[in-house]
Design a protein around this ligand. Structure first.
Ligand code: ADE
Length: 253
């Protein structure tokens, strides 16, 4: 079967940057989303802005799967840190994805996906392993190479860490200690929080498609989150997205 890699980004800025890497690019609009097809490092790719939130992301993933016949999906975006010690600029590769705002009690236990009998969806072991290798290569090259000296200094990013761990998604931007602590008290092993990954994971699980999620920490999901997030997306997230996709496609054969 011919490999077609779907690449979804959580921010338009990230996708704009990744788009510049496509060779022989063609664009098609479906469901209010622009899908860009072409090759990156010889790998056939379809690149699209996921839009925000779980519903938008699952619609986008379903179109990639049903209409563009992708064979694997890579999600790249930013996230707010929940785990102690994670800093802005660190990278989390998702091992398991969970929807922190899913609650159909008393019919179904807290966080459990209705009719799927599971709380967590596992990312694909092979693709996630490649994601870890790709991110390690990128971090080994040094942050200045990825984002430039000015940005590295401005965001105090010195030697970003790579963490393989669990990611929680929900339809809210987490920007207070109360919200972040409430998620952590119920899901203590979560590394970071965002708004799309677990929805994409569920879509891929139901369509039996391998996926990986890579999230760069843009904020610490507290009262500074909004300001840090906006600055980070404008200045740095697109550079990370481009570098990650470049390394990842170089590793795919
Ligand atoms: N994406 C990046 N930062 C986030 C946050 N604090 N909450 C939800 N999604 C995010």
């Amino acid at each position: 079967m011919k490999r077609i890699l779907g690449i979804m980004g959580a921010m338009a800025e990230e996708i704009d940057e990744v788009k510049t890497m496509l060779v022989d690019v063609k664009s098609v609009e479906v469901g209010g989303r622009a899908f860009y097809s072409g090759t990156i490092n010889g790998i056939e790719c379809v690149v699209v802005f996921s839009k925000w939130g779980k519903v938008a992301a699952s619609i986008t993933a379903s179109i990639l799967i049903g209409r563009f016949a992708i064979t694997e999906l890579l999600f790249v975006g930013t996230a707010g840190a929940l785990a102690e010690g994670l800093k802005i600029g660190d990278i989390v590769v998702g091992q398991r994805l969970v929807q922190h705002d899913l609650d159909a009690r008393p019919m179904i236990p807290r966080f459990e996906l209705p009719l799927l009998n599971r709380v967590y969806v596992n990312s694909d072991v092979r693709l996630t392993g490649l994601a870890v290798r790709a991110v390690s290569k990128l971090l080994d090259r040094g942050v200045v190479q990825v984002m430039g000296e000015k940005n590295a200094k401005e965001f105090s990013i010195v030697a970003p860490a790579l963490v393989l761990g669990d990611i929680a998604s929900g339809d809210q931007f987490v920007n207070s200690a109360a919200k972040r602590n409430s998620i952590l008290s119920e899901l203590p092993d979560i590394q970071c929080v965002e708004m799309e990954g677990a929805a994409v994971a569920q879509a891929c699980y139901e369509f039996d498609l391998p996926f990986a999620v890579i999230r760069v920490i843009s904020d610490t999901a507290d009262h500074n989150a909004r300001i840090d997030f906006i600055r980070f997306v404008r200045e740095v997230a697109n550079a990370y997205a481009k570098a990650i996709v470049n390394e990842m496609t170089l590793l795919l054969d």
